[in-house]
Design a protein around this ligand. Structure first.
Ligand SMILES: NC(=O)c1ccc[n+]([C@@H]2O[C@H](COP(=O)([O-])OP(=O)(O)OC[C@H]3O[C@@H](n4cnc5c(N)ncnc54)[C@H](O)[C@@H]3O)[C@@H](O)[C@H]2O)c1
Length: 274
């Protein structure tokens, strides 16, 4: 039988922000599929917990934890070198670290005039620069091997305006543009060997948005209800529902796919709301 297009055995995959809700779930899944997964995160204790968890689920998992901040070049270089020292290659980079913060969000009753500009800058720093910098640090490896898949994390807040998250939306929009730009550049310089795509998760409950979307008793807030009404599937996604899209993007099944976005949103982006 020919090898499966979706075979991940032995592929070395680096995940930034790997102790997060969506990123951690994807990292654990990839390890369960035979990939060698490097978990990058800022906090050693959280990384230790993540590795203990994945090993309890998949005892044969080949995993590595490295402390790295996506805005700190030296720590990313150390992480890159640690992954190369252990496995000698890097096949994929998932730029998962990202998120919002309260100051860069316009709360009810406020206007754009109330924006905390330094919070806006921090959100751009994390989501945009925190995608560009790790990619830059790993690029010499990808140019040398002429083979890799880079997956950036975008958002449904790019295609249409979603109230409140002005900094987050702007930064993720720039991530989409960077994805296309880099796909063209890598495509031309590596004859299609290095691909760059973005994942567009819809609404998934996580540590960052749980308090915004659900009440303490688990019922939906008004905003949570609005989102579910706007989603044809009528609910939030669950982290495991991103696994298939990521599996596709890091595997040979997507060999001719670059510069695009894969939307996983239960139909949110397709629905006019009427
Ligand atoms: N949850 C959703 O509904 C949703 C929707 C669309 C897009 N996204 C995006 O998906 C990605 C993962 O989201 P999540 O829900 O898992 O978020 P999360 O907050 O659970 O995980 C993000 C991780 O990034 C880490 N991080 C933050 N700053 C960092 C830094 N400077 N260096 C390294 N790591 C850092 C955090 O500690 C956290 O572990 C993010 O980019 C997010 O913006 C999430």
């Amino acid at each position: 039988m020919p090898p499966s297009l979706f075979n991940l055995t032995g592929k070395v995959i680096v995940v930034t922000g790997a102790t997060g809700t969506l990123t951690g779930s994807v990292a654990d899944y990839l390890a369960s599929q035979g990939a060698r997964v490097a978990y990058l995160g800022r906090n050693q204790a959280k990384l230790d917990d993540a590795l203990a968890k994945v090993r309890s689920i998949s005892p044969a998992a080949e995993v590595l934890a490295v402390v790295a901040d996506v805005n700190d070049r030296a720590s990313l270089e150390r992480a890159r070198d640690a992954v190369l020292a252990k496995w000698g290659r890097i096949d994929a980079l998932l730029n998962g670290a990202g998120g919002n913060q309260p100051g860069a969000t316009i709360m009810p009753g406020k206007t754009f005039a109330d924006l905390d500009f330094s919070a806006f800058e921090q959100v751009v720093d994390l989501n945009l620069h925190g995608t560009v910098l790790p990619t830059l640090v790993f690029t010499p490896v990808f140019l040398a091997s002429k083979s890799a898949s880079i997956v950036n994390y975008s958002s449904t807040a790019v295609a249409r305006a979603i109230t409140r998250g002005v900094g987050y939306s702007a930064a993720k929009a720039a991530v989409d543009n960077f994805t296309r730009w880099l796909a063209v550049d890598f495509g031309r310089h590596t004859q299609g060997g290095v691909r760059v795509n973005a994942l567009v998760p819809g609404f998934f409950l996580g540590d960052q948005n749980r308090r915004l979307l659900t009440n303490e008793d688990g019922s939906l807030t008004e905003r949570g209800q609005t989102i579910c009404r706007q989603t044809p599937f009528g609910r939030f996604g669950t982290p495991d529902e991103l696994h298939g899209a990521i599996h596709f993007l890091v595997s040979d099944a997507s060999k001719f796919v670059t510069g695009t976005t894969v939307v996983v949103d239960g139909g949110f982006g397709a629905f006019s709301g009427v």
